[in-house]
Design a binder for this molecule. Structure first.
Ligand SMILES: *Cc1c(COP(=O)(O)O)cnc(C)c1O
Length: 452
């Protein structure tokens, strides 16, 4: 039986978009977004996301910086700003050139969100931001705080007591739960994390140790989120952080754009007509990379070209954009199983918000095989001495897909970039890894070594 997905049967979808044949066969693909640079039709609640929301988010994070600095000593050097370094990675560039048989003109850089303080992944941007926003709102509403106060006071017992009357909950494959659990519990909230079966044991252990409650599900991410959302709806003092719908998460992620521009300026990296910037972002539900993309477009305009990277078994964001159905299509609809070792990307269905708010800003999506993730993870360690988790390696294949596939070359041609490539910067966004216990990380490394 040929089932309907949206207004077409599966075979009609495949006939209309031949690339789906490769996608359903779990082959690696680069798909160019047909809606790129199209004006998105106005969709209230989605396409009205504004720069002002990013500016507000940035100011809020600045107000909280004294608090962050006082309770997370690792952020002292950066005065309470939660930010990651940017590295040139020439050895990785040579590695890709040698192992994939191509030349990568321009330079290769790594955005090391694997080193983000507090929770060691890109979720420290959105997740922590949303919790801080909730805390601020509650404290303002109850007359405990004014915006002009020194927020370091939030570390006091009186605030801890106050926040303990409220709870925050979230559904997660691991890293979002880690971010929200750590900051939520630190502020004093009762924090409940609903974990999908992909979540790693060490993440659950760490959360419990920090005082968060972990509820485990023998089901995938969509189920954990749905159940978390349902339980939270029964409690008026519980705020559910909804990764499938949240604007606040998106705003937190988007602050990365202007900050990255500052880092580029400091390192003397130029982005302009003859120096295009290509960014490769690992994608799960799309909120993280979508928010970052929104910020990048504010910072670099049409000179930045953003590609999302997903596992071949869970390309939910690609399917959402290609079909235009966003969260109304799952990878299972296309007979894919959502089984991947990239736990941060093991998501069967895209966010309802991200694709609508940022879909037109994304140049394309690529998919990557799990074995390749592990080889890249190993190469980052061998070549650059950088520890990342499997999900975070997904962007590593980006420059190869762009330069080596027919689709990639078509993109460069259509955007008049062929002659600019010697001035290009390729940025791989490493989205997580520094909190992975060494023993666990070594099993990842070993898997790569065994399969070489
Ligand atoms: C969550 C996550 C992503 C993707 O973020 P989404 O908002 O789910 O798209 C990428 N890498 C890692 C390591 C993550 O934890």
């Amino acid at each position: 039986m040929d089932r309907y997905v949206g207004n077409k049967t599966i075979s009609q979808w495949v006939a209309a978009f031949p690339v789906l044949k490769k996608i359903t066969a779990k082959e690696e693909v680069l798909w160019l977004n047909t809606c790129y640079e199209e004006k998105a039709p106005p969709q209230p609640g989605f396409t009205d996301f504004t720069v002002q929301e990013i500016i507000d988010a940035d100011k809020r994070l600045q107000r909280f910086a004294p608090y962050i600095e006082s309770v997370f000593p690792k952020t002292q050097k950066a005065h309470g700003q939660i930010e990651s370094p940017l590295y040139l990675i020439p050895k990785m560039q040579t590695y890709l050139e040698k192992t994939c048989f191509l030349s990568i003109p321009g330079r290769l850089v790594l955005k090391a969100d694997n080193e983000l303080p507090i929770s060691g992944s890109i979720k420290a941007r959105g997740g922590i931001y949303e919790v801080l926003k909730i805390a601020e709102q509650l404290a303002l509403d109850h007359g405990m705080l004014r915006e002009t106060d020194n927020y370091a006071d939030l570390a006091n017992e009186s605030f801890h007591q106050f926040f303990s009357q409220f709870s925050i909950s979230v559904g997660s494959t691991g890293n979002l739960g880690l971010s929200i659990g750590i900051i939520g519990a630190k502020l004093g909230f009762r924090t409940v994390v609903h974990m999908s079966k992909d979540a790693r044991q060490w993440k659950k252990d760490l959360l419990r140790q920090r005082g968060a409650e972990v509820r485990e599900y023998d089901a995938d991410y969509s189920v954990a989120v749905k159940e978390g959302r349902r339980q939270a709806s029964l409690d008026s003092r519980c705020h559910f952080i909804d990764d499938e719908h949240s604007r606040d998460l998106f705003a937190g992620y988007a602050t990365a754009g202007l900050r990255l521009k500052k880092q580029f300026d400091q390192m003397g990296l130029v982005v302009d007509d003859s120096h295009p910037l290509f960014v490769y972002l690992p994608c799960g539900v799309g909120g993280g990379p979508g928010g970052v993309t929104f910020g990048l477009k504010q910072a670099f305009g049409s000179h930045v070209h953003v590609f999302f990277a997903e596992p071949t078994h869970s390309p939910c964001f690609l399917l959402g954009l290609l079909t235009g159905l966003h969260d109304a299509v799952s990878v299972q609809d296309f007979q894919l199983d959502n089984q991947t070792a990239a736990d941060g990307l093991a998501v069967p269905r895209a966010s309802a918000f991200a694709g609508r708010a940022s879909g037109h800003l994304i140049s394309g999506c690529l998919t990557i095989d799990d074995e390749r993730l592990f080889q890249l993870l190993k190469a980052f360690a061998d070549e650059e001495n950088i520890q990342i988790e499997p999900s975070a390696a997904a962007g590593g294949i980006g420059p190869v897909m762009l330069l080596q596939t027919t689709e990639g070359r078509r993109y460069l041609k259509e955007h008049h970039l062929i002659n600019q490539m010697s001035g290009a910067t390729h940025l791989i966004w490493a989205t997580g890894g520094s909190m992975v216990p060494r023993k666990v990380w070594e099993t990842y490394y070993k898997r790569a070594a065994d399969n070489q």
